[in-house]
Design a protein. Structure first.
Length: 230
């Protein structure tokens, strides 16, 4: 295959780079930041896309974040690509604290005890038990084994629903903060980039004029003056 890796990575390295990409998360965020700034759109629309992506990170729809971010960006008329890039705010290092915070807020808003979801270890275990339950129930569709939804029911009641409700407040606050911080930064970056491009074009034009004979230079200058008068 044309795009197949020459050096096959072992499974442990693939798992490690999922949690800590090659070059570190700092390099990954720098790449996303530069890609965001170079998007060909208005600063406000790009910032609305960033808002959509950050809000999505605070939702429990793992595996569907791209779709949720694109939908929110479409609703708020933001840049969809910026929304997809902004979902990288969520990563294996931030998902657990975000989930714990959102779940605790959700439990509080629902009038339930903040520790109903358990401590961090119990919280992660409920995720794992729900995933195992889901896998077993999918297998049960094609075998004689009876499906058991107990762990998924506990997960929905104790984590998923409170997480979904509680993630709205910190998600919107973080999204708005990202929006108001992004607009001036993107506007300044785009203005500076336009200035650099103008200087490059001027340098290319000057170099081109330097290689022309005197009569051609005069004709070019006269033509530019005529365009300016028009």
């Amino acid at each position: 295959m044309v795009f197949k890796r020459r050096d096959r990575r072992p499974l442990w390295l693939i798992a490690f780079e999922f949690f800590w990409p090659r070059g570190g998360w700092g390099r990954a965020f720098t790449y996303v930041k530069h890609r965001m700034r170079r998007l060909p759109d208005t600063p406000e629309k790009i910032a609305r896309g960033i808002f959509a992506g950050v809000v999505t990170v605070f939702t429990p729809f793992y595996g569907l974040h791209f779709f949720v971010a694109a939908l929110i960006a479409f609703i708020v008329r933001g840049n969809i690509l910026a929304a997809l890039l902004a979902t990288f705010v969520g990563n294996p290092l931030t998902y657990v604290p975000i989930a714990l915070l959102s779940t605790q807020i959700g439990l509080f808003l629902l009038g339930r005890h903040p520790h109903a979801a358990g401590d961090e270890d119990t919280f992660v275990q409920k995720f794992l038990f729900a995933a195992e339950d889901l896998k077993d129930n999918v297998i049960a569709l094609f075998t004689d084994v009876d499906a058991d939804w107990t762990a998924l029911g506990v997960f929905y009641h104790d984590i998923f629903y409170p997480y979904m409700i509680g993630g709205i407040i910190p998600g919107v606050i973080s999204g708005l903060a990202a929006y108001y911080l992004s607009v001036p930064l993107i506007r300044a970056y785009q203005a500076r980039r336009r200035g650099v491009l103008k200087k490059k074009l001027a340098a290319i034009r000057a170099k081109s004029d330097a290689g022309k004979p005197p009569k051609a230079k005069a004709a070019s200058t006269e033509a530019n003056g005529t365009k300016g008068d028009a």
